[in-house]
Design a protein around this ligand. Structure first.
Ligand SMILES: O=C(O)CCC(=O)C(=O)O
Ligand SMILES: [Fe+2]
Length: 275
C-alpha cells in the first residue's frame, strides 16, 4: 500500500491496495490516515455494492441518509447523482454531512460509479487547520459557544432543493432535525480541536439570534473556505474517498453540465461530540 499527501493540511492518496480484501493492518493504517488527515482517496478499486457495504461495516455502524435517493437494491447505499439535463448538484456548497443529527455521522465512503469526461471534482477542507489559524482571542470566545444545526431549510417542502431541478430526486421533506453541538469540538479520536460549524446546516449560536449570529458565522465560513486549507480530489474510474465529517468540510464541484455523474455513498455512524 502506498500513501502520499494531497496538500499541506488535508488528504492522503492511497494506491496499491484492494479495499475488498484488506488486511486488518492496512485497514488500521487507512483509518489512522482518515483521522489524522481528514480524507483518503483510494485509487483503482473494483468494488461491488456488496463489497462497499462489507467494507463500511468494518468501520462500525452505517447511518441511512433520509434525503438522498436510495439505491434500488441496497438500502445502505445513497445515490449522489446528477443527470445530463439537471443543473443542480448535491453538496455543491461547503458543508459536512449530517451535522444536524444529535450524533453526527463519523464519515462517509463515496465510490465513483459514473464520471463526467471532465470536472466533477470534490474539494475537502481541514477544520483543524481553519481553527488553528484563528487568533487566541477568537478561539477563546468560540470555545464558550454552542451552535444549533438543522437540515430542515435545505430539504423540506419549502426548502432550498425544492426550488431546484433536484427536487423530484430527494426524499424526507417531513423530517425535522435539530442538534446543538459545541462550536469547537475535540476530535473524538485524535483530540485535536476543530471548528464544527458549517454554512449549510448551522443556523445560529445557542442563545444568540440568527441576526446576531450571521456576521460571525459568515466570517468562520469564509475562513474554512480558504483555499490553503483545502485539497482537490480529481475522481478517476475506481476512486473511492473516505472522509471524516468531524474534521473536514467538502464541496462537490458543479462544472460538468450536460453530463451524468453517479456516486454511491455509505454514511458511517459516529459518536456524540464534545468540547
Ligand atoms: O458528489 C460529491 O463529490 C460529494 C457529494 C456530497 O456532498 C456527499 O456525498 O456527501
Ligand atoms: Fe456531503
Amino acid at each position: 500500500m502506498k500513501m502520499s499527501a494531497m496538500s499541506e493540511h488535508v488528504g492522503i492518496e492511497v494506491s496499491d491496495v484492494d479495499l475488498a480484501a484488506m488486511s486488518d493492518a492496512d485497514l488500521a493504517a487507512i483509518k489512522d490516515a482518515v483521522f489524522q488527515h481528514g480524507v483518503v482517496a483510494v485509487r483503482d478499486q473494483a468494488i461491488s455494492p456488496q463489497q462497499h457495504i462489507a467494507f463500511a461495516n468494518r468501520w462500525g455502524g452505517i447511518d441511512i441518509n433520509n434525503y438522498f435517493p436510495v439505491n434500488g437494491e441496497f438500502a445502505e447505499i445513497a445515490e449522489v447523482r446528477k443527470a445530463e439535463n439537471q443543473t443542480t448538484n448535491i453538496g455543491g456548497g461547503w458543508h459536512t454531512d449530517h451535522s444536524y443529527d444529535q450524533v453526527p455521522a463519523m464519515g462517509s465512503i463515496l465510490v465513483a460509479r459514473e464520471l463526467p469526461p471532465s470536472g466533477g471534482d470534490t474539494l475537502f477542507a481541514s477544520m483543524g487547520a481553519a481553527y488553528d489559524s484563528l487568533s487566541d482571542g477568537l478561539k477563546a470566545t468560540l470555545e464558550t459557544l454552542k451552535a444549533v444545526h438543522s437540515a430542515d431549510h435545505v430539504y423540506r417542502a419549502d426548502g432550498y432543493y425544492a426550488q431546484t431541478d433536484m427536487a423530484a430526486d430527494l426524499r424526507g421533506h417531513d423530517q425535522v432535525t435539530r442538534a446543538v453541538h459545541p462550536v469547537v469540538i475535540r476530535h473524538p479520536v485524535t483530540g485535536r480541536k476543530v471548528l464544527y460549524v458549517n454554512g449549510a446546516f448551522t443556523l445560529h449560536f445557542e442563545g444568540w439570534t440568527r441576526e446576531e449570529s450571521m456576521p460571525l458565522l459568515n466570517y468562520l465560513v469564509s475562513v474554512g473556505a480558504r483555499a490553503e486549507f483545502a485539497c482537490r480530489l480529481h475522481w478517476q474510474p475506481g476512486t473511492v474517498a473516505i472522509w471524516d465529517n468531524r474534521s473536514t468540510w467538502h464541496l462537490a464541484m458543479n462544472d460538468y453540465h450536460g453530463h451524468k455523474r453517479v456516486m454511491h455513498r455509505i454514511t458511517l455512524s459516529g459518536v456524540p461530540l464534545a468540547a
